[in-house]
Design a protein around this ligand. Sequence first.
Ligand SMILES: NC(=O)c1ccc[n+]([C@@H]2O[C@H](COP(=O)([O-])OP(=O)(O)OC[C@H]3O[C@@H](n4cnc5c(N)ncnc54)[C@H](O)[C@@H]3O)[C@@H](O)[C@H]2O)c1
Length: 281
Amino acid sequence: MSDAKLAGAPDPSDFFRLDGKVAFVGGAGSVGPGWGNGKATAALLARRGAKVFCTDISADAVQETVDIIASEGGTAQAFVMDATSSDSVQTAVKTCVEAFGGIDITVNNVGGSVPGGVVEMAEDVWDRQVALNLNSAYLGCKYTIPHILQRGGGAIVNLSSIVAIRMGEGRVHSAYTATKSAVIALSRSIAIQHAAQGLRCNTVIPGLLHTPLVEARLVAQLGAADAEALIQKRAKQIPMKQAGTGWDVANAILYLVSKEAGHVTGTELIVDGGLAAAMPG
Ligand SMILES: NC(=O)c1ccc[n+]([C@@H]2O[C@H](COP(=O)([O-])OP(=O)(O)OC[C@H]3O[C@@H](n4cnc5c(N)ncnc54)[C@H](O)[C@@H]3O)[C@@H](O)[C@H]2O)c1
């Protein structure tokens, strides 16, 4: 192809590079051995050249992520943060800016589900679900957005879940569904408010994943044998016949925070092996 035809075309060697960018990742550890969404995302953003400020409520989990990044030659710093606490998030953001000079990318990954419909769910459980799934995203956005705007724009990704858009008939998770649905609306609201300032905000909607968090939660709730049976049953429901991984989610997040997604804001990327598009049998 002639040079004229290639003029303005992207340089493939530069695809999905994040050199010079600072990423603030909430929930960058993993609740068990292996790769959860947050740990895989932190490692992937570092592999693409970002300096990653890794936060988590678990000191051990976040240190493990940072150690992996360092062993791969990347740059990362660990910080113990409770994503549901305003003071804690503000201190983390301040420390990140002092350490790395600013923030370009925010990933709000903290979240988790408790089963139950509204009638059987205790009010304090409901409140904790709102704090964990919605307030964590609100606080992560609230305190990083001013810094992203100071850099002339950047990108935020908030984590939702397929239960926000598809209601399972079996196990009901009313608070998780409501809060993860609100996360989508929150992302859209932020996206539109700040679109003209170069700040993009999107949501990743994972489907049924096989991550350490799922394994640990299911084993705790059901016991190892029943958990394994449910894991197999979940995989069969997925049109692609296998659960996604933390890396599938991390790849989607990398796209959304990259310059290649420069015209993408206020939307959702569903990572679910076709589940949301399928009609039961
Ligand atoms: N795993 C799935 O199947 C699945 C499916 C849909 C959506 N999601 C969403 O993905 C995100 C998490 O992904 P994952 O399941 O791979 O987990 P993960 O392995 O990324 O672990 C989440 C991390 O968050 C940390 N954490 C928990 N509470 C915290 C708090 N208050 N403050 C700071 N850190 C805290 C944990 O210590 C853990 O390291 C959640 O938002 C979850 O709702 C997961």
